[in-house]
Design a protein around this ligand. Structure first.
Ligand code: KDG
Length: 314
């Protein structure tokens, strides 16, 4: 059984092959994305056994995604191709510095994920279960699968790692709050962005945000605070500066890589502090390459950087 289990929707991702944007462009690059599979690929590259599952359409998109994730060394034995519904897809464009995402995922195969698709033994035998708010947002049945996975984890001493990953194209902030805040209370590791916390706690006051986090039993790692990452651990807050990079090529996927870096640190027996540093390093590397997961580093790459403490040039 894998050390880490995660599940959630992966979609085909189409991006315009030039700067004209979706409306005027005639050629597209095809890849795929999904917060949980990005996370799983990151962990596999960092040398860990990780299982990801979802439902995908039994269509060319679904087959393409499944093969690619399997090819990255992620265990996909519990993922399923179904002819019940198609694979979701998304388009993303960056025009004049503004990135827009368009989802075509309503009624997708992954949205039909439900508690019955969880293999209890599989979740039970993991060390860490990683869940994100996206799976809670795509459908009621997928949300119920998340609740069931949390229950299995709780009953079997599996640690829960939770990234709220708020996507306001999928639900309103009021809906998100109602679901995500109680999950944060159950998590062992909570990895939100500072902007997400402001939305969740409905405040711009950072002191208030941190005092809310201190009330949680979870260790919280907060991404995105003024070039800093914060670790909130047993009531105290420590900050870590970001690793500066020459050029940010594509920030999408940084949060998923960050979570995987932190979890890899935990599995390697690092302290929480050192795990946050590994998380920052993975985040800094992935934003220097186009794509949600393509630029994720391998264990050799991060080790070389950590051992020599060299600056990253890629
Ligand atoms: O974190 C990156 C993800 O946002 C991306 O890969 C797509 O999972 C995705 C989503 O639902 O937006």
């Amino acid at each position: 059984f894998p050390e880490v289990v995660t599940f959630g929707e992966s979609m085909v991702l189409m991006t315009p092959a030039n700067t004209k944007g979706i409306e005027y462009n005639n050629q597209f690059f095809k890849s795929f994305g999904g917060a949980e599979s990005n996370f799983a690929i990151a962990l596999a590259r960092l040398g860990h056994q990780v299982g990801w599952f979802s439902r995908l359409g039994k269509d060319p998109f679904g087959k393409f995604i499944l093969k690619a994730i399997r090819g990255e060394g992620v265990d996909v034995s519990r993922a399923e191709l179904t002819d019940q519904a198609p694979t979701g897809f998304m388009l993303r464009e960056s025009v004049a510095g503004k990135t827009s995402v368009y989802y075509y995922r309503n009624g997708s195969a992954a949205s039909k994920l439900s508690p019955e698709h969880l293999d209890e033994e599989y979740v039970k035998n993991a060390t860490i279960l990683h869940i994100t708010g996206i799976t809670c947002a795509i459908s009621e049945s997928a949300r119920n699968a998340v609740y069931k996975a949390i229950q299995i984890a709780k009953n079997n001493g599996v640690k829960i790692c939770f990234d709220p990953n708020i996507r306001l194209k999928l639900w309103t902030i009021a809906e998100a709050r109602e679901v995500l805040l109680p999950i944060a209370e159950q998590a062992d590791y909570f990895l939100p962005g500072l902007d997400e916390l402001k939305l969740l706690y409905d405040t711009n006051d950072e002191d208030e945000v941190f005092s809310r986090l201190k009330e949680l039993k979870a260790v919280s790692i907060v991404k995105g605070g003024n070039d800093k990452t914060f670790l909130v651990d047993t009531g105290s807050v420590t900050s870590f500066p970001y690793i500066s990079v020459e050029k940010v090529v594509d920030p999408v996927g940084a949060g998923d890589g960050f979570c995987a870096g932190f979890v890899a640190g935990l599995l390697k027996g690092f302290s929480h502090q050192k795990s946050v540093q590994l998380a920052n390093l993975v985040g800094a590397l992935v934003i220097q390459t186009e794509g949600d997961w393509e630029g994720l580093p391998t264990l050799d790459e991060v080790q070389a950087i950590m051992n020599k403490e060299i600056h990253i040039e890629r």
